[in-house]
Design a protein around this ligand. Sequence first.
Ligand SMILES: C[S@@+](CC[C@H](N)C(=O)[O-])C[C@H]1O[C@@H](n2cnc3c(N)ncnc32)[C@H](O)[C@@H]1O
Length: 284
Amino acid sequence: MRGSLKNVLVDKLEPEELSLLYKSYDVIGDIAVIRVLEPLNPRSGIIAEAIMQTHKRVKTVLRQASPILGDLRLRKLEWIRGERKTETFHKEFGCVFKVDLEKCYFSPRLSHERMRIAKLVKPNEVIVNMFAGVGCYSIVIAKHSEAKKIFSIDINPVAVQCIQENIEINKVRERVFPVEGDAKKIVEEKLRNVANRVLMPLPEKAYEYLDSAMLALKPTGGWISYYEFEHARKDENPVEKTKRKVFEKLQNFNVNFEIPFGRVVRTTGPNWYQVVIDIEIFPK
Ligand SMILES: C[S@@+](CC[C@H](N)C(=O)[O-])C[C@H]1O[C@@H](n2cnc3c(N)ncnc32)[C@H](O)[C@@H]1O
């Protein structure tokens, strides 16, 4: 959930300070994560207190102290106010996710995308989630579809520990299966030709790992949901750019395919977009 920081702080900061505020912040469970520009750092406490007064359920405010970095997609977090913790329980569409914000990736901003995918899933599908994080796509799918099995791979042992706990909390033990390791290796060794649907929610690696997604699909074909960060000028369409790139790569495989759906999931910076495309693969 996000709120407008500016509205909350209009009486507490100078107009020039207000102009430096980021427009929004994330609330994950009972923790708010704020971003603050360097000149406003000394005002972080005031900002945090205003958030805690407005959102009674917020018990902790953390400041994001680095961009999201590395393969594990982690960021440095600095405690500002409230309980000193980084672990919380976040609710989304009737599911509960335990997440340690310092040790695992989690974004509440992808909730609608997770539900969009869950609605596409047909009864008895086998799904391979190649970059599962704390298991949010997998658990939303398990709760809101009749998928048979959802293999949930992540290279981060702490994320896999969270998936395990989230499986128990959400009572989806019979259908969600956590697997720790590199998605490429896991697919090659254990999950070849098993899936009706493959999810690739790691834009930084999706292109490189597309071969593994193809290997995970059943020989009868299926769907791949492919995520990418795309740069696009005003006169360019980021979804079309992603489609073109993937189209070229898929020409190298002995399959037929269509890309009937694509959309911008969110804007990530000036002229940068997170894009998803759904690819349907058919045998030749
Ligand atoms: C952007 S997060 C997506 C998490 C989750 N799908 C979500 O929506 O919250 C990407 C995840 O991929 C994991 N990861 C990075 N490289 C990986 C690899 N080679 N194999 C498997 N998982 C990987 C990271 O640890 C991280 O949890």
